[in-house]
Design a protein around this ligand. Sequence first.
Ligand code: FO1
Length: 323
Amino acid sequence: MRITALAGGVGGARFLRGLLHHLRASGADTPDLTVIANTGDDITLFGLRVSPDVDTLLYTLGGGVEESQGWGRATETTRVQGELAAYGVGPQWFTLGDLDVGTHIARSLWLGQGLSLSEVTARLAQRWGLPEQGVRLLPMSDSPVETHVVLTEDGEQRAVHFQEWWVRLRAGVPADRFVVAGLDRAGAAPGVLDAIRTADVVVLPPSNPVVSIGIILGVPGVRDALRGTTAPVVGVSPIVGGAPVRGHADACLAALGLPTTSAAVAGLYEDFLDGWLVDPQDAAVALPRARVRVHDEPLLMTDVAAAGRIAGTALTLAADLGR
Ligand code: FO1
């Protein structure tokens, strides 16, 4: 079964790790999973290209993530950044661990040598053993795309990089809107549109609907491919009991004038969504499109087994829809 997923960082990575766990436990053949990663969070820091969602997927699926925070490397130190601070080199609000820096140096070096982001990501994925697990990790685009957030502070509007809003400001200053530099002219990376069109199932993990999945949907051709695919498209709500499971999805939805409900998230996908998995607390959702099949299942990914159970339910929902 060819599965294609659109994913952001921590929520997407944990869900997909559960999906692989579920597929292995159910004795299926080697999984055939294509993951299309958001690269709108990417940022250049200290001259290095950092790709947080891609790296979170690499480390989580490759067994090297720092579980307590969901991103970065386990058993990490920050000596390099400490030395940069001693030189007065910033920013210091974004923590880059020493092992993580190795990834950014490799990525930046290879990009500088003329490799595409897809080629670089494939090399990084090889090191983390993703191909052996049946996983193909694709950036959504080979072109640089960067999400910026327009804010009003002291009566003045200014735009900051998404990471500055998310990490330094903790999304505490309301976003007026998001501006995604480079998105309108970003072509989908090789394999992205085909992976959607030829999948047996397309899954939307519980990733941020605005700044993760929403950015991937903005890559020219992706939304059309989702509308046109014959595969059932099944999503998992990132909202449980009217609040994001993690991260600041509430602040992102507010910027679009939307409430923090699983129904509002489903509304963002209404032109291509077939099945929608919600938590029992949100089971009474009124969806904008009656033909979307809603199923409820506890959605807290407390461990790998719980994420596997949720992923298994999403596949069952997809199979029911495909009949
Ligand atoms: N998140 C934080 O809250 N603080 C950080 O200092 C931070 C550093 C960081 C470094 C590398 C990386 O891959 C991710 C990192 N994140 C950090 C997570 C990241 O900011 C966001 O969670 C995602 O971009 C949103 O998906």
